[in-house]
Design a protein around this ligand. Structure first.
Ligand code: UD1
Length: 359
């Protein structure tokens, strides 16, 4: 069976690495994989560094689409992916998550009659204005096989009338977490001039937070306020860096902006943080898995299970609300661990078992 894995953005490299690694097992010898990189992320720190660190096989194709408006970016991907699919003739196209690369892979598979499998299916924020929500809803609609990370995802699909081809496999991010956790150390934290347990780790990149100057300024006001008492480290996504500079917003107090960091370093920074404050989906889960309280800098989350017990919180999205939520999260007792909701860390193997027709 020939699998064509479509990736393009940073979180997809992390997710896809778990499947590529598992494919080396003797039991999956009947399956072969070729990777196509759409080129949505292209900076070395956002792309090449992840392929090296996670030992992902070299993509057979790099479509080099680069940045651009959604329609143009997705259209360029589709045009080039169609050529790849027609040359390679895969049995299955495998897509991950909810980016424009996911959508392009899904539409090309559906229109060329290739079986489509979606990893991280069934997630919903129920906010149509999010590009990610449109991408994942359309992808799920045209997928033949839907790999759900949680029971909530299964329930979301059921509410849309979808039960056929749906599999609860757990979250590949848990597989990735367990793999990288072996390399996590507090030394990395010290290299950033921080003390374990005494800093907030923040990231901001979602369009809903970066594209309106006022919202971006509110977030930076809140984080700068937190940084008057607790250091805040913010590895900055290139889109946020550009928009901050366009908006003339600069970090204040002990709010430190650094370049994007490799996955194992980021996990170390999560593990030893007092609080994680983020709009990333992956980091909400990684904080949960590490037993570190998280404040999600959004109005809603797809990962509603993480809200139980206060491990994740949705603040009132003004500066005072964000500061209050970070302060409340930092006061949480760490003597208990969050309950397991992301499976058993063997999601990649479960996905391959299904594709091999054994489950
Ligand atoms: C995409 C996903 C988002 C995901 C995120 C992870 C979509 C619609 N959004 O957002 O869901 O959470 O990836 O990072 O697919 N840029 C660079 N270098 C890069 C990549 C991006 O400078 O290597 C800058 C460019 O200015 C570009 C902007 O970031 O225009 C946006 O990049 P894009 O890939 O379109 O989307 P993301 O914001 O990364």
């Amino acid at each position: 069976m020939k699998i064509l894995s479509v990736v393009g953005a940073r979180p997809q490299f992390i997710k896809a690495s778990t499947v590529s690694r598992r494919l080396k097992d003797e039991r999956f010898r009947g399956l072969s994989e070729a990777i196509v990189h759409t080129g949505q992320h292209y900076d070395d720190a956002m792309s090449g560094a992840f392929f090296r660190e996670l030992e992902i096989p070299e993509p057979r194709w790099n479509l080099a689409v680069g940045s651009g408006p959604h329609g143009a970016q997705t259209g360029r991907m589709m045009e080039r992916l169609e050529g790849v699919a027609s040359d390679y003739k895969p049995d299955v196209i495998l897509v991950y998550g909810y980016t424009n690369s996911t959508l392009a892979g899904a539409l090309v598979a559906a229109k060329s009659g290739v079986t489509l499998a979606h990893v991280e299916a069934g997630l919903r924020s129920f906010r149509r204005a999010m590009p990610e929500e449109i991408n994942r809803a359309v992808t799920d609609r045209v997928s033949d096989t839907l790999f759900c990370p949680t029971q909530q995802a299964i329930d979301n699909l059921k509410a849309e009338g979808r039960t056929k081809g749906v599999h609860l496999v757990g979250d590949v991010m848990y597989d990735a977490f367990l793999h990288a956790a072996k390399r996590c150390t507090p030394e990395i934290v010290e290299r950033f001039g921080l003390e374990p347990g005494r800093y907030v780790l923040a990231t901001i990149h979602r369009a809903e937070n970066t594209d309106q100057r006022e919202r971006l300024a509110t977030l930076f006001d809140a984080l700068s306020h937190v940084a008057t008492t607790t250091p805040v480290l913010l590895p900055i996504h290139p889109r946020t860096a550009v928009l901050l500079s366009d908006a003339g917003i600069g970090p204040k107090h002990n709010l430190k902006l650094v370049d994007p960091v490799p996955h194992a370093e980021l996990l170390s920074l999560i593990m030893y943080a007092a609080v994680v404050a983020t709009d990333s989906g992956g980091m909400q889960k990684e904080a949960y898995l590490a037993g570190v309280p998280c404040v999600t800098l959004r109005d809603e989350t797809e990962w509603t299970e993480t809200l139980a017990g206060g491990w994740n919180r949705l603040p009132r999205m003004d500066a005072a609300g964000i500061v209050e939520a970070i302060s409340a999260a930092s006061g949480m007792s760490r003597s208990v661990r969050p309950p397991p909701v992301f499976g058993d860390g063997n999601a990649a193997a479960a996905i391959l078992e299904v594709l091999a027709g054994r489950r």
